[in-house]
Ligand binder design. Structure first.
Ligand SMILES: [Zn+2]
Length: 286
């Protein structure tokens, strides 16, 4: 927050600041994370598909409800920008802001990724995260944030007066265009705020500005999700590489990311059901 003209400090400023913070949403009412069931299901997984995402590019993948997908670092430290849609309706998509409110600024095992209104249901649940040891570092940074958006050519144009075509927004747009067979100007608006997989971010302790630092991810690390509904995913291997120095340009080493889709070979999910659309009446007081 930039303050150009200072306001007078009230006498009771300290008292006002000392009020106790409350977590905004009581998440006790949410469907419980069925840890034992999901962990049992993942004890025996069979790979049914895999997609390699090339550096500075994106690719799509589909995951049937009740299946798992895993995003892995394979050659070098690399962050990925993840979009998710209902595979039957692109209008239902991952809602980064509400996920942040319901879960946290950075996600890990047990957290859910929620869809936008009016669907407002769990799209996926994180079932394993090899970077869960990272926690919060001394700068206030963590991994896998849902606070940043995605690097995009419009902001880049504003800041650098330059056209760069391989930002995550453009990569995701090209991938979705290829998947749907539609021109980019018809599907670009379906690209949305991402989950920043493997990215290490936070807010600076003094000015609370969004920062990035080199990702701790190394080849072999992965994050795994359980699909709570039929999903179309798109993943961009960010031109920022490990996001330790820059983004929106070709100056940083970039590496591929691997997406693998699995089904369980156990009967742990025999009574499991996909998430259902939100039951709000939709009348909004009228
Ligand atoms: Zn990016």
């Amino acid at each position: 927050m930039t303050i150009f003209e200072k306001s007078p400090i009230p006498k009771d400023a300290a008292e006002r600041r000392a009020r106790k913070p409350l977590v905004c949403y009581s998440v006790n009412g949410l469907p419980e994370y069925p840890r034992d069931q999901y962990q049992a299901a993942r004890t025996n997984l069979v790979k049914i598909d895999e997609v390699l995402v090339q550096p500075r590019d994106a690719n799509t993948f589909t995951v049937p409800a009740g299946h798992f997908f895993r995003i892995s670092s394979v050659e070098g430290s690399q962050v990925g920008d993840l979009n998710l849609w209902n595979s039957h309706d692109l209008n239902e998509r991952f809602y980064s802001g509400k996920t942040r409110q319901l879960q946290a600024s950075h996600l890990t095992t047990g957290d859910r990724l929620w869809s936008n209104l009016p669907g407002m249901r769990a799209m996926a649940t994180i079932t394993h995260d090899t970077l869960d040891w990272y926690g919060w570092d001394a700068d206030g940074g963590g991994v896998h944030d849902v606070i940043g958006t995605r690097c995009d050519p419009y902001t880049n144009r504003l800041l650098k007066n330059d056209d760069y075509h391989y930002c995550c927004h453009s990569n995701l747009t090209r991938a979705l265009a290829k998947h749907t067979g539609l021109p980019t100007n018809e599907i670009e608006h379906h690209v949305h705020d991402v989950m920043n997989v493997f990215m290490c971010t936070g807010f600076t302790l003094d000015t609370h500005q969004y920062f990035m630092k080199a990702s701790p991810v190394r080849p072999g690390d992965y994050i795994e999700y359980f699909a709570e509904m039929d999903l179309l995913g798109a993943l961009s291997a960010c031109p920022g590489g490990d996001c330790g120095s820059s983004h929106s340009d070709d100056s940083t080493p970039c590496y591929p990311l691997l997406v693998e889709v699995f089904k369980t070979a156990t009967d742990a999910l025999s009574d499991w059901k996909p998430s259902q659309p939100n039951q709000y009446s939709g009348t909004h007081g009228l």
